[in-house]
Design a protein around this ligand. Structure first.
Ligand code: ZN
Length: 158
């Protein structure tokens, strides 16, 4: 089995992604604010909002901003991801999950067993495994150093 996520980590992730949505998302085209928070195995938290750009092509999802922030700061072992989204202003009203592009990118750098939380509020969370969100996907062999991100030997409780 993969990593289990403590109630403390779930709450920490939920609060961080909700805060990132409120304060960091820049949905200038859609008005749909997304927040993401990525927890590393060593306890660091990287959060981000979606950033939309005129012309749309350069826009990027909150999940990939959070992941790329983490990777660019040297983090490469991830314990869990949380995401929330919905029209701004207002609180999320439906459970938001990563888009297909983000799922594929996450699969490159994270374990298929990594918990992915969808958050409405700190006490309203749904949890999937990354691999369940992208079944039968293309992925490098488990023996491959993906960034090196995913390492079988680093599964545990966070
Ligand atoms: Zn995405």
């Amino acid at each position: 089995m993969g990593a289990e996520l403590s109630a403390y980590s779930q709450t920490r992730l939920a609060v961080a992604c909700l805060e990132a949505r409120r304060t960091r998302s820049r949905p200038v085209l859609s008005g749909y604010g997304v927040g993401a928070a990525l927890l590393t195995e060593d306890g660091r938290l990287f959060s981000a909002g979606n950033i939309e750009c005129y012309g749309q092509t350069p826009s990027i999802c909150a999940e990939r901003v959070a992941l790329f922030k983490a990777l660019s700061e040297g983090a490469d072992r991830f314990a869990a991801l949380a995401v929330c989204g919905g029209p701004l202003p207002g609180e999320p009203e439906t459970f938001c999950t990563p888009c297909g592009v983000c799922r594929q990118v996450l699969m490159q750098f994270c374990s298929p067993d990594m918990p992915v939380l969808s958050v409405l509020a700190p006490d309203s969370i749904r949890i999937w495994r990354l691999g369940d969100l992208l079944p039968e996907c293309w992925a490098p062999p488990a023996s491959t150093n993906r960034t090196g991100g995913y390492h079988e030997s680093h599964k545990g409780t966070y």
